[in-house]
Design a protein around this ligand. Structure first.
Ligand SMILES: Nc1nc2c(ncn2[C@@H]2O[C@H](COP(=O)(O)OP(=O)(O)O)[C@@H](O)[C@H]2O)c(=O)[nH]1
Ligand SMILES: Nc1ncnc2c1ncn2[C@@H]1O[C@H](COP(=O)(O)OP(=O)(O)O)[C@@H](O)[C@H]1O
Length: 208
């Protein structure tokens, strides 16, 4: 929907953008990464107007806010990007990214395709990773088995997924496309892609 400018103050290691259809396995993969590389990665906590799911924590998984609050913050220029997805607003605040970068951590952003396109217009310069399910049927099964969505929300997500799969094929849009079939294999591939950045952060932290 919109691209907002970022502050030059946002320095530090290269961030990582994880994108891909709802249900492809982004959260699962990034949670593994945050756990294994504690002190290397930090999660950019987005804002959303959707309701929290059981187990989700305000301020950890998302900042859960009303549409009014979110629109006001966007109007004040507090967001790097924001988008409408499946009937709700989502967005990355400047503060969310700065909080991670201030700790010299690799900032991970879990954002949709509109977010990817809008981040490309900023000076954030992340590594772009697309996570895809092996097929639409498997994606649908994983989303249903997750039991977080109503039928209506599920259909909206599957429709968005079809669009996502097509756009992801655009050459140069992503640095890597990971097919999340076997979870450990997909996680191994993700680590390979990020190895260089991980090493850089470890070297800096060792010498400081
Ligand atoms: N553009 C943008 N997309 C976001 C942001 N936060 C989350 N999303 C995306 O919004 C979509 C829906 O997220 P969510 O409701 O948590 O469902 P899930 O991805 O199925 O777990 C996913 O594609 C996320 O990547 C954000 O700050 N900006
Ligand atoms: N490789 C995999 N094989 C089987 N199930 C998976 C795999 N990766 C993720 N899942 C499951 O699929 C569902 C969707 O994964 P999730 O990480 O929530 O996706 P996303 O964050 O992209 O929406 C979850 O229930 C998760 O446990």
């Amino acid at each position: 929907m919109r691209a907002h400018t970022t502050d030059k103050a946002m320095a530090g290691p290269r961030p990582v953008v994880m994108s891909g259809p709802s249900g492809a396995g982004k959260s699962t993969l990034l949670k593994k990464l945050l756990k294994e590389f504690n002190g290397v990665f930090g999660f950019s906590v987005s804002h959303t107007t959707r309701n929290p799911r059981p187990g989700e924590e305000n301020g950890k998984d998302y900042h859960f806010v009303s549409r009014e609050v979110m629109q006001t913050s966007i109007a004040k220029g507090e967001f790097i990007e924001s988008a409408e997805f499946s009937g709700n607003m989502y967005g990355t605040s400047k503060a969310a990214v700065q909080a991670v970068q201030a700790q010299n951590l690799i900032c991970i952003l879990d954002i949709d395709m509109q977010g990817v396109k809008n981040i490309k217009k900023t000076d954030l310069n992340p590594i772009y990773v697309s996570v895809q399910a092996p097929s639409m049927d498997i994606l649908e099964k994983r989303l249903r088995d997750r039991k977080t969505e109503s039928e209506e929300s599920l259909q909206k997500r599957l429709h968005a997924a079809k669009v996502d799969v097509e756009i992801s094929k655009e050459p140069g849009l992503f640095d890597v496309v990971i097919i999340n079939d076997d979870l450990e294999a997909a996680y191994g591939k993700l680590k390979d892609v990020l190895l260089e950045e991980i090493q850089k952060v470890r070297d800096v932290n060792k010498s400081s």
